[in-house]
Design a binder for this molecule. Structure first.
Ligand code: PMP
Ligand code: GLN
Length: 383
């Protein structure tokens, strides 16, 4: 592995999922649902395969049906209007969208200000693009993790090219508020920054939290690349269908890179996701309700097992502090947990440049069947 990428050997998700398999543990590490998405969407994929739609190279930017459905979704949910032909790009999951956006928009040594802890592919993608990451750390505050806007402002320099935002936020479960997003937008406009915003958990917000796309804030539509994923929204993480919506110059830059990463994304799944995006609001409401119940089961189990549990307003994840258990090193804790309790979790330290700052935090995924979460909670309580 070259020097730029030497620090990115194997992802923590691969390591922890392998550990779950080899020890027969319940896998609350890697975030993937253990129940597939809607039957009618699976049927749509089967129909496309059988009818020969998408079995040969689909159009590079994505099939027109899917681009139209993505644009319609952004309009219906958020009042954001995008031209399906020039302002929407289908990608191989959000992972490719992130990588292609950074490869397209960064010059060598450009600084990228990113929220920390950050989803692991951000650091690797910034490195692939030759950029420099500048983390702004979310810190425990009043039961959740919060962004310090002064720290964010202070992180921006003359070398900053873009802000990399993620809301709802993996791994903390923080959903940025209207006031925080407004401040981020003001900063981006004032310093003339591009913004890449990873909104893959847009439909997974709980209680009174609301997902507000950054692109809806004044001055943002023209400078924001917004990323979504059918993996998260429809529980088909294996299909690897994601997308980008942005102004035409930004989309064409990202598309130029995508051509040489994957050329196109898998065809039949695009037809199915186009149908999924048109599902009635009842689907999205039910999905959110189910996930909230699961969050509550896991949060209660973790609390009873002695963890400090941070509030999760969105995503698949709960972040905990293991210090009340007399532990302080999340890595060691997660490596021992399969033997101790038959459960796998992820040490948040892997999402930090400052590994010390992340050391006591451990992430558990609740996108699992209720009985699986209850069993995991039982095991953790009795460890
Ligand atoms: N961004 C975040 C914050 C994620 O949690 C994930 C998936 N776990 C991704 C991007 C990648 O999404 P995809 O599977 O669509 O590539
Ligand atoms: N995004 C998921 C997580 O954070 C997993 C994706 C992956 O394995 N790369 O757990």
């Amino acid at each position: 592995l070259n020097r730029r990428l030497a620090e990115f050997g194997t992802t923590i998700f691969a390591e922890m999922s392998a550990l779950a398999v080899s020890t027969g543990s319940i896998n609350l590490g890697q975030g993937f649902p253990d129940t597939d998405g809607p039957e009618e969407v699976r049927e749509a994929a089967v129909r496309a395969l059988r009818d020969g739609r998408g079995n040969q190279y689909p159009p590079g930017p994505g099939i027109p049906e899917l681009r139209t459905a993505i644009a319609a979704h952004q309009l219906r949910r958020y009042g954001l209007s995008y031209d399906p032909d020039t302002e929407v790009l289908v990608t191989a999951g959000a992972t490719e969208a992130i990588a292609a956006s950074l490869l397209a928009l960064l010059e060598p040594d450009d600084e990228v200000v990113a929220l920390e802890p950050y989803y692991d592919s951000y650091a690797a993608s910034i490195a692939m693009a030759g950029g420099r990451r500048v983390p702004v750390t979310l810190r425990p505050d009043d039961g959740g993790f919060r962004l310090d806007l002064d720290e964010l402002r202070a992180a921006v320099t003359d070398r900053t090219r873009l802000l990399l935002i993620n809301t709802p936020h993996n791994p903390t479960g923080t959903v940025l508020t209207r006031a925080e997003l407004a401040a981020i937008a003001e900063l981006a406009v004032e310093r003339d920054l591009l913004v890449v915003t990873d909104e893959v958990y847009e439909h997974l917000v709980f209680d009174d939290a609301e997902h507000l796309p950054l692109a809806t804030f004044p001055g943002m539509r023209e400078r924001t690349v917004t990323i979504g994923s059918a993996g998260k929204t429809f529980s088909f993480t294996g299909w690897k269908v994601g997308w980008v919506t942005a102004a035409p110059e930004l989309v064409s830059a990202v598309r130029a890179v995508k051509q040489f990463l994957t050329f196109v994304s898998a065809g039949p799944f695009q037809y199915a996701v186009a149908e999924a995006l048109a599902l009635p609001d009842a689907y999205f409401d039910g999905f959110r309700r189910d996930m909230r119940v699961r969050r509550d089961i896991l949060a209660q189990g973790l609390t009873e097992a002695g963890f400090e549990v941070f509030r999760t307003a969105g995503t698949y994840f709960i972040t905990t502090d293991i210090r009340p258990l007399g532990e302080k090193d999340g890595f060691a804790f997660c490596r021992a947990l399969p033997e101790r309790a038959g459960v796998v979790a992820v040490p948040n330290a892997v999402f930090y440049d400052d590994r010390e700052a992340g050391a006591p935090f451990v992430r558990f995924a609740f996108c699992k069947r209720e009985e699986v979460l209850r069993e995991a909670a039982q095991r953790l309580r009795s460890m």
